[in-house]
Design a protein around this ligand. Structure first.
Ligand code: IMP
Length: 425
């Protein structure tokens, strides 16, 4: 029986992880976020009601589940407080069920400002970040000058740290970006107020997780973004600033790599991407527009329209390798219901998987074509009910990737899934 399950995206994010985490949480005691920040947007629809989560793990909507924000997550205090308040107003008790790592880095106002100033300066070469300060916050962590959640407990030391780091960033803000510097006192006072609200929820997350393991309790680790946005394995430099691949589930939580029992790789039945960067199977025609319309492809965090294209099995296979994926979950199968012809990319026309930006630019995708089923799969919960053409499509994915499809999502609601094999046993 699998006790520790990692759920992650195998594409460029927005694969529908939140919904699947919520589904699997039925079996779990704890749900952990381990990387990324409020750049993520996890949409859950329960009985037709929509909730978008950014920092709070998707397990929060189940009463008996404890939610953890691990050391690998970057936390913007105002965003987290707002999310907690919104959930509380909707009757979800967050404060008694959310535990935040002392070691998680804080996203500060200068990180957000720097993210936005840099993107503006890049002009046409902009990465298309979410503008939430994610990159600059991770830079400060790696540069060993970051402020962590635990630092908020000691007001005096915090002031000294902030003074030093702000002097450093203000220099760049003022002299490189020609923007007004940030005021130390203002940043400090705001942080103290936020600390008052968040510190009661801070604890040793790693210790808590190992206690769950000792009691043989099931833990779900919830990835954010997707593998092709990984800082090392993604389409660099058009990536996010964290490792979105499975190794982060260990480093970003404090669990050991040998303690992960199962990795569920989520893939849409097609592909989307927000922001700039390579996308070999992108469609600019009516098929792309139909995918966007049927899939309601707008970013949950920024509202930006998502770029759409066919499923890319070459990229999926690579993601399966770098994550050690055990089983696949195909989401949004029903979006393909309307298509007379469905394509999947099976080859890049090159012996090597692209790594550099220029290699990505020269990719020439070739496709395998499938007859569409042109009937509704919406809401199906039994694999036997799938049209023959849809079964052929899914079997092709399994044969190509050599990984079984364990879950198929057939609609946005919590109930709309075909569970072939439950990752938690
Ligand atoms: P950042 O993470 O805000 O630095 O943005 C870097 C890249 O990652 C941009 O292309 C964003 O659109 C993308 N990105 C960040 N978070 C998500 C997400 O949750 N879903 C999809 N794309 C994301």
């Amino acid at each position: 029986m699998n006790k520790t399950v990692v759920v992650l995206g195998t594409q460029w994010g927005d694969e529908g992880k939140g919904k699947i985490v919520d589904l699997l949480t039925e079996e779990a005691i704890a749900v952990v976020r381990y990387q990324g920040g409020h750049n993520a947007g996890h949409t859950l629809i329960i009985d037709g009601e929509k909730t978008v989560l950014h920092l709070v793990p998707s397990g929060i909507l189940r009463d008996d589940v404890t939610c953890y924000i691990g050391n690998g997550v970057v936390i913007e205090p105002a965003a987290l407080i707002k999310e907690i308040e919104q959930l509380s107003a909707a009757g979800v008790d967050v404060r008694s069920r959310l535990v935040i790592s002392h070691a998680a880095p804080v996203i500060m106002p200068y990180h957000i400002l720097l993210d936005q100033l840099r993107e503006a300066k890049r002009g046409k070469k902009a990465i298309g970040t979410t503008g939430r300060g994610i990159g600059p916050a991770y830079e400060d962590k790696v540069a060993r000058r970051g402020i962590r959640m635990g630092d908020l407990a000691d007001a005096e030391t915090l002031r000294h740290k902030l003074q030093e780091v702000l002097a450093y960033h203000n220099h760049v803000i003022e002299h490189y970006h020609a923007h007004e510097p940030l005021d130390l006192e203002q940043v400090y006072q705001q942080l103290l107020q936020q600390a008052e609200q968040l510190l009661p929820m801070c604890d040793d997350v790693t210790g808590c997780l190992h206690t769950h393991l000792q009691k043989s309790e099931k833990i779900l680790l919830e990835g954010a973004q997707g593998s092709l946005l990984d800082i090392d394995h993604g389409t660099y430099p058009f990536v996010t600033s964290s490792n979105t691949t499975a190794g982060s589930a260990a480093s970003g939580s404090g669990l050991g790599v040998t303690q992960m029992d199962y990795v569920l790789g989520i893939t849409k039945a097609y592909t989307t991407r927000v922001g700039s960067g390579p996308f070999p199977t992108e469609l600019f025609d009516d098929d792309g527009a139909l995918l966007a319309e049927r899939g309601v492809e707008f970013g949950a965090t920024t509202g930006r329209p998502r770029r759409c294209g066919w499923l890319d099995l070459v990229a999926l296979k690579r993601s399966i390798q770098v994550n050690g994926v055990t089983g696949l979950c195909i989401t949004k199968l029903d979006v393909l219901d309307a298509f007379a012809e469905i394509k999947v990319c099976v080859d890049y026309g090159d012996a090597q998987f692209p790594v550099t930006a220029s290699q990505w630019e020269t990719v020439k995708p070739s496709y395998q074509s499938f007859k569409g089923w042109q009937s509704s799969t919406r809401g199906l919960t039994d694999a036997n009910g799938l049209p023959a053409e849809a079964k052929t499509f899914i079997e092709f994915v399994e044969n190509y990737t050599k990984v079984p499809v364990h879950i198929i999502s057939t609609g946005p609601d919590r109930q709309e899934n075909i569970v072939i094999q439950h990752p938690m046993g």
